[in-house]
Write a protein that binds this ligand. Structure first.
Ligand code: HAH
Length: 340
């Protein structure tokens, strides 16, 4: 189907009402430029950058809430839920957090005192807007046998900083659902490290309620079987799953080609089939997947326009640069209409 009997494009949030929430990452620009798409199709938002440490707490004595407040206000106005992203990360975190007065690395006690103040303030402020937090983002190493990623957090506090962050978040808002969030989550070796980490947190009684699968995927990788296996493994921990940052890059990770002004027909065809496959899997696991969030709204803006190849455009979403539904959109919508 191309439109319903009244010539209307179905709303993603209605199509998936019996399955999971449909979310989008937003920023102050896309909140305006994509306001119509957001209000129509989505029932959850995440701040792409505006709640990250460096943005919301740039100096020890300074919090900057204006942008995050605006996003939270939009969610409230449109009756949407909001995911909080993110409290502890090795990127987009200001240097002052890790430094002691007079210079040099802060000690563990100072780092924890600052983290506690940050979490109390930020989580406390958005208590009535944010229903879940990505408490720790990307703390697991991609390659090699080492579990934790090298970072200032690890250097100063050891692996314990992960549990501490969850404890502080739980104290600040006992009702918030708390997530561990990571990318390359479907890669078997990294998946097992994430499972080991999360299982040990649970076993120690750390308040963790879910695993966030970022799902920054490509046309061919990761393979569907790896996605399925990852969902099964994380679900077996007895936690909720959120797909937190979904996009389907038209370039494989190591493809550096940068000459395209528009996607090729082959790319769009592969993307259509890929989205069909991905959402078939999500629907199959609707009992454990509570929320599917795209890391953007439409192809006119995506973080992938700059990453990992500078200045190269990408077209990873269900809506095109003119905010029209792509063939991928119809595959996702029509797939949900079939009997299962
Ligand atoms: C994500 N990292 C982050 O969680 C999100 O906050 C950011 O806006 C975009 C992507 C994904 C990632 C990375 O940080 C490093 C290498 C690959 C992917």
């Amino acid at each position: 189907m191309d439109q319903d009997a009244n010539g209307v494009v179905p709303k993603l949030r209605d199509v998936f009402a019996g399955y999971f929430r449909i979310g989008a990452a937003v920023n102050p620009r896309t909140l305006v430029s994509s306001a119509d798409l957001l209000a129509r199709h989505f029932n959850c938002i995440t701040a792409e950058n505006e709640m990250k440490f460096e943005r919301i707490h740039p100096h020890e004595e300074t919090y900057a809430f204006e942008d995050a407040d605006r996003l939270a206000g939009f969610a409230r106005e449109h009756g949407m839920k909001m995911r909080g992203h993110t409290l502890v990360w090795h990127n987009q975190t200001p240097d002052w957090l890790f430094e002691k007065p007079g210079g040099g690395l802060a000690d563990k006690a100072l780092l924890y005192a600052r983290l506690k103040a940050h979490i109390d303030t930020v989580v406390g402020r958005y208590k009535s807007d944010v229903f879940c937090w990505d408490v720790v983002n990307e703390a697991v190493a991609d390659e090699g046998p080492e579990l934790p990623r090298e970072s200032k957090w690890l250097r100063i506090a050891g692996e314990e900083f992960i549990a501490k962050a969850f404890e502080f978040a739980h104290e600040a808002d006992p009702d918030a659902l708390l997530f561990y969030n990571d990318y390359n989550e479907s890669h078997p070796a990294k998946r097992e490290k994430i499972v080991t980490l999360v299982r040990s947190l649970k076993a120690r009684g750390v308040p963790i309620h879910g695993v966030g699968l970022q799902a920054h995927w490509q046309l061919r990788s990761p393979p569907a079987d790896d996605i399925r296996a990852a969902i099964e493994r994380y679900a077996s921990l007895g936690l909720k799953l959120h797909i937190t940052e979904l996009d389907v890059s038209v370039f494989e990770w190591d493809d550096r080609r940068a000459d395209l002004k528009s996607p090729t027909a082959e790319m769009m065809e592969l993307q259509e089939r890929r989205y069909e496959q991905i959402f078939r899997i999500f629907r199959e696991y609707r009992d454990v997947i509570e929320c599917v969030t795209f890391w953007g709204v439409a192809d006119d803006y995506t973080w992938l326009d700059h990453f990992p190849v500078r200045g190269r455009k990408n077209w990873p979403f269900l809506f095109d640069e003119r905010h029209q539904p792509k063939p991928s959109f119809w595959k996702v919508v029509n797939g949900a209409g079939t009997q299962e």
